[in-house]
Design a protein around this ligand. Sequence first.
Ligand code: AMP
Ligand code: GLY
Length: 436
Amino acid sequence: MRVLVVGSGGREHALAWRLARSSTVTEIFAAPGNSGTASLGTNLPISETDIDGLVDAAGDRMIDLVVAGPEVPLALGLSDRLAAAGIPCFGPTRAAARLEASKSFARDVQDAAGVAGPEYRVFRSASAALAYAEHRNRPLVVKADGLAAGKGVAMCANLEEAKTAILTCMQDRMFGDAGETVVVEEWLHGPEVSVFGFTDGENLSAVVAATDYKRAGEGDTGPNTGGMGSYGPPAFWDETLAERVSSEIMLPVIRELASRGAPYRGALYCGLMLTEDGPRVLEFNCRFGDPETQAIMPRLVSDPGEVMMACATGSLNDVGPVEWSNRPTVAVVMASGGYPGSYRTGVEISGLNSPGAESDDSLVFHAGVSSAEDNSGRLLTSGGRVLACVGMGDDIEQARGHAYRRAAEISFEGAYYRRDIAELHSDQPTAFQITR
Ligand code: AMP
Ligand code: GLY
């Protein structure tokens, strides 16, 4: 198969890397890709939002399977357009991608499927939302309904903060149309975990879990980022919880979407909070997570080309069960100084001589890395999240050691990373406490 990976981050490098090792994949293309995907195949200079360009390129290059990394092209209808051109796409149609693209839609699907989430209300007018916040007068989470590049969620500790969030969204239109509707939720507490499964619209594969460290600073302090690290399997994750999440959360949602005539095909991402009352869904996403993908792709034992094609064509039952290795992985993101605020780019990176160089115990996935235009072979930073060092090991400690050793070998001016990724605390809840 000739496979086209859409997107340009660390997630896409990890997907392309794993696909390149598939026995069914002969050639990899990426659009627009990065220096990591360039080392595995051919980058095409097409933006991930240029749906016409992507569909044309897939036809011209005789692509057998398109693998969508990010949500935006899916919400723009990439999968539908490819289907019309007869090209299978790993990633849901626009109708099914609403599970991520509209939080109120997701909550409606969830309710119909009987899947537990935080208590919530949907508002289309600021005055009604304000009245509700006033009436509740307790910590709330205010969410812009539509896609807001991960910035549409405001955690509001008190009424003042909730009012500000509602007005910023609905009156100042900070997120444009995406904030015309808001979902106001109760603020839940507990450890968070991202759970992923492959689905063909009807069947769900074995699921895999990974954590996401969203804050910039150690001890979960500082501003929110796109994600500063990930590890898996999480210390508190076990088979019972996996089974519960599959059968009580993910499969009911897959069936509900199918019954609405919008079968969901691709990677289903469920963001969960493990509360004292059981797992609660905070979000569904229509794709794999970044940086979780960098931590889970090394654990995918099954052939990704075969599995993704089976999802795209509705035949997941025809391939064997999807297998994940339990060997722990830890991904540490190295970021540019200043990220998630403003930062410099074009800074030379040293210690990263062979793009994607891998060993048995570590890997590096590129995100904001590009090759210098002078053909000198130098690698330069080109984004906030620059790369992820992934360590593998017999236990989490060992995997962690390999990831941090690799990170210590790489340097660029202003580089920073969190030192506490996968650091295990004795006060972490046990699976027993969570599932009780
Ligand atoms: P979302 O995009 O809905 O997952 O929100 C992003 C992040 O906000 C989540 O990963 C949580 O850390 C936090 N969050 C969202 N909803 C809630 C909630 N109801 N209670 C507590 N934290 C939340
Ligand atoms: N890691 C969070 C996300 O991909 O949305």
